[in-house]
Ligand binder design. Structure first.
Ligand code: ADP
Length: 446
């Protein structure tokens, strides 16, 4: 096992990884920007190293600084968390070249799945159903228009190197195509440094259902069920639940086994998520995330497996501790993302948390690095924590979540907690009959 792990991240996920390491008897190193000097991960890690000024590009994305921190502290492995450098193939490669273990898949694999066009082609060849779309990148307006007319409008232009829901353009009719194509390429270039775009049929009423997969270096690959992440705004997830209210045990087993088989054939190692759109009883592959995800606790709550500990063990060369035939799904879990934002306008609301009280009780988990008196820096993502609740069934889970939200006190900044309370009252949410477009349509009506 590793003696010391460096965590190349901040906030709640850094704390989550420190917690897993402590329980495993592994020492931890937190790296931080000057803006995070008094953060919880810095306080709770065994050691900490300042890696630069507040802007991410100078600190959390500063590869030489992070590698130096690993060298001076004598760390053996680096956990990238999610976001930042977690899907940066060059980082993964450099970590290994400098003699550390990267807690994640190989750089080659990150590269392959990071190009969504290549990823789609790769998994399609292995038998996964994909969203109908262009055969590879769209090279010109003429080619794109031909493809679009063939699959029928509306279509969606997506950035091959995209992420975080950015760089997507819906094209409703042929006359809009050229302008959307140019915008999509310019946005892709500006956000991801790569102007390659591809086309997909725009599905009108899908759900976002993703499968958690896990593979070790001993040739074993399993799936750990699904998370339904259809409650979204601007293609970003706000609430996730598992199991999905709309899929059957047979469907789960079928798509889950297919996903596990795919990663096995690919020789994948570690935790991964295969994201699908689901419409009219069919699954369509969208992309694979080669890292731990924000919503991983949903799976932890229904399986009882510590996914971060499992990632660390697998990276250290141990076999998966979970056997497929022993994996049981228990009850229902929902996670809500708490963002420091105005719940009506979604404008970020950084500032100092004057009063804080965390919710508790049976089946309630609060993953966050905030505390009373904590100053939320304005430089990073506005997510300040996640509230995850488990119940014996969906109804109990929703009741418990409402109760837990009402117990939570975060004063001094605005948060999205009132928005979540409102979502939990909506008949479409309660019935489980919602699609990825539901929340935005409903917000527009408010
Ligand atoms: P990112 O990596 O930027 O998150 P994804 O490919 O995962 O991009 O897509 C993000 C979200 O965009 C999905 O969860 C879904 O809401 C929406 N989306 C993506 N592809 C389609 C499509 N073909 N039709 C309709 N909505 C889509």
């Amino acid at each position: 096992m590793f003696k010391k792990v460096l965590i190349a991240n901040r906030g709640e996920i850094a704390l989550r990884i420190i917690r897993a390491c402590k329980e495993m008897g592994v020492e931890t190193v937190a790296v931080h920007s000057t803006a995070d000097a008094t953060s919880m991960p810095v306080r709770l890690a065994d050691e900490s190293v300042c890696i630069g000024p507040p802007p991410s590009k100078d600190s959390y994305l500063n590869i030489p600084s992070i590698l130096s921190a690993a060298a001076v502290t004598g760390a053996d492995a680096i956990h990238p968390g999610y976001g930042f450098l977690s899907e940066n193939a060059q980082f993964a490669r450099m970590v290994v070249e400098h003699g550390f273990t990267f807690i994640g898949p190989s750089a080659d694999f990150i590269e392959k799945m990071g190009d969504k066009v290549v990823a789609k082609q790769t998994v399609q060849e292995l038998g996964l159903p994909v969203v109908p779309g262009s055969d590879g990148a769209v090279e010109s307006v003429e080619d794109g228009l031909l493809d679009a007319k063939e699959m029928g409008f509306p279509v969606l232009l997506k950035a091959a190197s995209g992420g975080g829901g950015k760089g997507m353009q819906v094209v409703r009719e042929a006359s809009e195509f050229e302008q959307c194509y140019n915008t999509a390429r310019a946005e892709a270039q500006a956000n991801f440094g790569d102007d390659t775009v591809y086309l997909e049929k725009f599905l009108e009423n899908p759900r976002h259902i993703e499968i958690q997969v896990f593979a070790d270096s001993h040739g074993k690959a399993i799936h750990m069920g699904e998370r339904d992440c259809s409650i979204q705004r601007r293609h970003q997830k706000l609430l996730e639940e598992g199991p999905s209210p709309v899929i059957t045990d047979e469907q789960r087993e079928r798509i889950g086994s297919l996903a596990a088989e795919t990663v096995k054939k690919l020789g994948y190692e570690g935790a991964g998520t295969i994201e699908f759109l689901y419409e009219n009883d069919e699954f369509y592959f969208m992309e694979m995330n080669t890292r731990i995800q924000v919503e991983h606790p949903v799976t932890e709550m229904i399986t009882g497996i510590d996914l971060i500990a499992e990632q660390i063990r697998v990276a250290a060369g141990y076999p998966l501790t979970v056997k497929k035939d022993r994996l049981r799904f228990r009850g229902h879990a929902i996670e809500i993302r708490i963002n420091a934002e105005d719940p009506d306008t979604f404008v970020p609301s950084p500032g100092t948390i004057t009063q804080f009280h965390a919710p508790g009780g049976l089946g309630v988990r609060f993953d966050s690095a905030i505390y009373g008196g904590y100053a939320i820096p304005p430089y990073y993502d506005s997510m300040i924590g996640k509230l995850i609740v488990h119940g014996r069934n969906r109804e109990e889970c929703i009741r418990r979540l409402k109760r837990a939200i009402r117990e939570t006190v975060v004063e001094g900044v605005k948060t999205t907690l009132p928005l979540h309370e409102w979502i939990l009252e909506q008949p479409e949410f309660l019935s489980g009959e919602y699609t990825i477009h539901w929340l935005e349509d409903k917000l527009a009506e408010r």
